[in-house]
Design a protein around this ligand. Structure first.
Ligand SMILES: C[S@@+](CC[C@H](N)C(=O)[O-])C[C@H]1O[C@@H](n2cnc3c(N)ncnc32)[C@H](O)[C@@H]1O
Length: 255
């Protein structure tokens, strides 16, 4: 249970002299199922479990969903256990376990990342999760938040020994802060100046040089929905802006 993690029951690696940032406490099968559901994990995903322990999250995802998984674990004995279990299940072709530190490993190929670490460790990883994962990558955490980066979804698990356990989901946002311009279908020029804190977007809008009301902005991965209004009563103009490589790539307009 996550209490064991918070209390730091045993932070020693099975390798003498090596200390772990987080002790080994495995995630229950029911929680794994809920995490994979929340992450909508499927056969096309590349799932990284940072601090993969005995590999159970990845082995379950591979067995039940055909997901390709990479486990990152600093304790060699846990890696050996995970490899053995993958072998017993004949899943070596789908999962791999690498003996590396979560703070230095390259996890940029992930489409989903799972974490069962501590909030303080999540916060330390946060800048790299935000800058190195592709926009749209899902991050699922068992029991722990990520400081002031509010989750896109939080689920309280219920029933039996799941009571009181929360799981969290973040979708890595594209970097969209800045000034962007585009022409609508009537060749009218729109401009927005956007501020960003994680996935939360605020800002100002103009049509030609006239100030407009930026009524609503919602960022999900690289897709930003905007509602722009002339004053407070006129009809809303709705746009979907797609960002790639920190640039505005296309604009879809509601008729
Ligand atoms: C709470 S366990 C979670 C295991 C697995 N993810 C699960 O949910 O069943 C945390 C794991 O992180 C590993 N770990 C701790 N510090 C690490 C580090 N700096 N780099 C890689 N793994 C680490 C521990 O050895 C442990 O197996």
């Amino acid at each position: 249970m996550f209490r064991d993690l918070v209390d730091g029951l045993d932070s020693h690696s099975t390798e003498p002299g090596k200390l772990l940032d987080v002790p080994f406490v495995p995630t229950d099968e029911d929680v794994i199922e809920a995490m994979l559901n929340l992450g909508e994990v499927g056969p096309k995903d590349v799932l990284y479990d940072l601090g993969s322990g005995d590999g159970r999250i990845l082995i379950t995802a591979a067995k039940k969903r055909g997901t390709h998984g990479i486990g990152v674990e600093i304790d060699p004995l846990r890696i050996a256990d995970a490899m053995d279990e993958a072998g017993r299940n004949r899943l070596e072709y789908l999962v791999d376990f690498i003996e590396e530190d979560i703070f230095t490993v390259d996890f940029s190929a992930a489409t989903v990342v799972t974490l069962y670490l501590l909030e303080s460790i999540n916060v330390q990883l946060r800048p790299r999760l935000l800058s190195e994962l592709h926009p749209g990558t899902r991050i699922i955490s068992h029991a722990f938040g990520m400081g002031d980066w509010k989750a896109d979804e939080q689920l309280e698990l219920r029933g039996g020994n799941l009571r009181g356990i929360s799981i969290y989901k973040w979708i890595v946002p594209a970097q969209v802060a800045g000034v962007w311009e585009w022409d609508d279908l009537n060749n009218q020029r729109y401009r927005v100046a956007l501020r960003q804190q994680y996935q939360a977007i605020t800002g100002s809008a103009w049509l030609a040089d006239k100030a407009m009301n930026l009524k609503y902005a919602k960022l999900c991965g690289n897709r930003l929905e905007l509602e722009i209004q002339d004053g407070k009563t006129a009809a809303l103009n709705t746009f979907t802006l797609i960002f790639k490589n920190n640039e505005l790539q296309s604009v879809l307009e509601d008729a």
